[in-house]
Design a protein around this ligand. Structure first.
Ligand SMILES: CC(=O)CC(=O)SCCNC(=O)CCNC(=O)[C@H](O)C(C)(C)COP(=O)(O)OP(=O)(O)OC[C@H]1O[C@@H](n2cnc3c(N)ncnc32)[C@H](O)[C@@H]1OP(=O)(O)O
Ligand SMILES: NC(=O)C1=CN([C@@H]2O[C@H](COP(=O)(O)OP(=O)(O)OC[C@H]3O[C@@H](n4cnc5c(N)ncnc54)[C@H](OP(=O)(O)O)[C@@H]3O)[C@@H](O)[C@H]2O)C=CC1
Length: 283
């Protein structure tokens, strides 16, 4: 089956980016969120990013209008009833995600594939709450979605080859590269990235260096585009903590214990860029 139309659930930083890249690639896209405000913010972010592409001469006004014509917004999940593919990008919480998947399983046509953009939650467990586990898959985009070329395509133990191929083809139509991964905690990306971020937080916690200096070492010394603490702020410290907890629980290995300073920041509501304060302060 070739995907013609999609719905993206959750209009936050990831969902809005995912909806944008599908609309730009010519898919018919519905963007859904429970809150009208979040939908408006998500849609405006997409318009702003397309305008920047025009300013930079990478896109014409016609291209922008075409992309926006492919995109509608809705707070009504029942509008998933005519979709080939639904990609869930709501908060990283198993109860919220399984509730969304159970509803989607009722609403969507039989052939529809249900994908999750989860950073770390087990796809196998999400698949198991539906009556179509072979059509459930992880489609893990990287932040910022319009820029990053990778999509980790994660196979639950139940995912069929046909579902995997359909998602691989859709990923290629977006101009991105699909990497096939089996369902283990943190997949590849966050199993490798998050312990580095967590260790960077430990260096601050233990007074080894200030955040700016930790980031300088990794930027100037290892050519990372962002230092690990700037990246943690960008991802969201709450999301980083959820992922560390999944790694810790999933492997039962103390090397994945979340740094107490990370917990403290999240408890304080210092979630990084999105809340205005994390390891750095934002306007
Ligand atoms: C947690 C998970 O589960 C998985 C993850 O996503 S882990 C996070 C993965 N992402 C990363 O590691 C990002 C690391 N950082 C980077 O690659 C770069 O710093 C960056 C691309 C974000 C910004 O690059 P930069 O050169 O410092 O800044 P800047 O010149 O402003 O931006 C470069 C391009 O990115 C675009 N961009 C920057 N931030 C953006 C955003 N939030 N949304 C969309 N586009 C963005 C800019 O518009 C610009 O595009 P053009 O070249 O078309 O103009
Ligand atoms: N941040 C990152 O760098 C990355 C995140 N991810 C994953 O992507 C997912 C989303 O993360 P991110 O975009 O950062 O989070 P955000 O908090 O920016 O966005 C989540 C959005 O989902 C909405 N939402 C919550 N519950 C529902 C629901 N039941 N139905 C519809 N919409 C809902 C929220 O609305 P409201 O605000 O009103 O609650 C919010 O707009 C998570 O699973 C995360 O792990 C994956 C890769 C990278």
């Amino acid at each position: 089956m070739a995907v013609q139309n999609v719905m993206v659930i959750g209009a936050g930083q990831m969902g809005a980016g995912i909806a944008q890249v599908f609309a730009q690639a010519g898919f018919d896209v519905k963007l859904n969120d429970i809150a009208e405000d979040s939908l408006t913010k998500g849609y405006q972010g997409i318009e702003k990013r397309l305008d920047r592409q025009i300013e930079k001469g990478r896109m014409t006004e016609d291209d922008k209008n075409q992309a926006l014509n492919n995109l509608t917004t809705t707070t009504n999940l029942n509008e998933a009833s005519d979709r080939d593919l639904v990609i869930e990008a709501v908060v990283e919480n198993m109860d919220v995600k399984t509730s969304v998947f159970q509803k989607l399983d009722e609403i969507t046509p039989e052939h529809a594939i249900l994908a999750t953009n989860t950073s770390s939650l087990p796809i196998t467990d999400i698949a198991a709450v539906t009556n179509r586990p072979e059509q459930v898959i992880g489609m893990h985009f990287m932040n910022p979605v319009p820029v990053m070329k990778l999509v980790e395509v994660i196979r639950a133990i139940q995912t069929s080859d046909a579902s995997f191929q359909t998602i691989q083809e859709a990923t290629e139509k977006l101009g991105k590269t699909a990497v096939e991964v089996n369902d283990y905690p943190g997949f590849i990306s966050n199993r490798v990235l998050m312990p580095m971020i967590n260790e960077a937080i430990y260096t601050v916690f233990e007074g080894v260096a200030k955040p700016e200096d930790v980031d300088s070492v990794m930027k100037l010394g290892m050519n990372h585009p962002m230092g690990p603490l700037q990246l943690a702020d960008f991802i969201g410290l709450d999301t980083c903590l959820y992922i560390m907890e999944i790694l810790h629980d999933g492997f039962g290995d103390s090397k994945y214990r979340p740094c107490p300073l990370l917990r403290k920041y999240v408890s304080a509501g210092w979630l990084g860029k999105k809340s205005g304060r994390g390891f750095y302060v934002y306007d």
